[in-house]
Design a protein around this ligand. Structure first.
Ligand SMILES: [Zn+2]
Length: 310
């Protein structure tokens, strides 16, 4: 029904998506909700060049309805590092997402991307396409907890916090008059979800909440536009990982061994299937507070190892 190609496309009723195939690491989607004389931008992109290209592509819509409000769905840089380009607007996130943004500032990724040796090679294999140098961290200037209803040029928009799940403060954006929902990284379509925060039960509940909204159009954080059938597939993956990882934890298996042991079957055809290592580790941690997770460098090493890239 919708194309999956780089750029802006209208979904319905002055709701737009900005898509960045192939949806892998850092190639996120964004959204634009155009009201009467004002627009809402859902997420900025991973670096300034990508964000500038997006804002240029949106100019035909925003010239008569400037961006007055930005929502960052969560703290990962591919959804907020471009904020300085829209610093004139009100920038909203959940309180938890705003706090998390300070933990991984653009300067940290710039340093890792420029690092010599194995660590630098590892990070460049994931993020080498992007330019983090010179980005000014621009945090939200308005935060909320739970739920916030806003009006953009006469249109009602519902911001619903569903985290911690993918990250600590995930928010989805529902536009009832367009039967459209922008999910941020609560949905990866044709790619594997990565559960940094968890617990997985929260993310499964978030999928159920999205399905209950009854939207016709669902814009994921990564991958092509979908509908409730796509949401159900993500829920099925998470329920499968939760079940399989829990059984191995109860049997005393090491978390990384468990990740390598779980046969993904159909889910193994999704991109970035090595994320199973992070997801299993998150199951272990959420079921046992004494479980010690590896540091982020080791998490990336394990994903790369599973995908056979290193
Ligand atoms: Zn993302």
């Amino acid at each position: 029904m919708f194309n999956y190609q780089l750029g802006v496309q209208e979904l319905v009723e002055n709701c737009f998506a900005y898509l960045q195939p192939s949806g892998g690491w850092g190639y996120s989607n964004a959204g634009l909700v155009v009201g009467d004389g004002q627009s809402l931008l859902v997420d900025t992109l991973f670096d300034l060049k990508l964000t500038d290209a997006m804002l240029m592509a949106m100019h035909p819509m925003t010239s008569s309805a400037p961006i007055s409000t930005v929502i960052n769905t969560h703290a990962n840089g591919d959804h907020c590092y471009g904020n300085e380009r829209v610093a004139y607007a009100e920038i909203i996130s959940s309180t938890s997402a705003a706090e998390e943004m300070h933990q991984v500032p653009p300067a940290l990724l710039a340093t890792l991307n420029a690092a010599p040796g194995e660590v630098g090679d590892l990070f460049r294999s994931f993020f080498g396409d992007f330019d983090f140098a010179g980005i000014t961290l621009t945090p939200p200037n308005r935060t909320f907890d739970g739920r916030l209803d806003i009006t953009i040029g006469g249109r009602s928009v519902e911001l619903i916090e569903v985290g911690p799940a993918h990250t600590n403060g995930d928010v989805i954006v529902h536009v009832p008059d367009a039967k459209t929902v922008y999910t941020g990284d609560i949905l990866f379509i044709n790619g594997t979800p990565i559960v940094w925060a968890g617990p997985l039960e929260n993310w499964i509940a978030a999928c159920d909440l999205i399905i209950a909204l009854g939207a016709d159009v669902v814009v994921p954080g990564h991958g092509p536009i979908t509908n409730n059938a796509g949401v159900a597939e993500v829920r099925d993956y998470l329920a499968f990982v939760l079940r399989e990882a829990s059984a191995r934890q109860d049997a005393g298996m090491d978390a990384f061994d468990a990740a390598r042991d779980i046969a993904l079957d159909a889910f193994g055809t999704w991109g970035e299937f090595g994320r199973i290592s992070v997801n299993v580790d998150t199951v272990y941690r959420s079921r046992n507070p004494l479980h010690k997770s590896p540091d982020v460098v080791e998490q990336f090493r394990r994903m790369a190892a599973i995908e056979g890239a290193h």
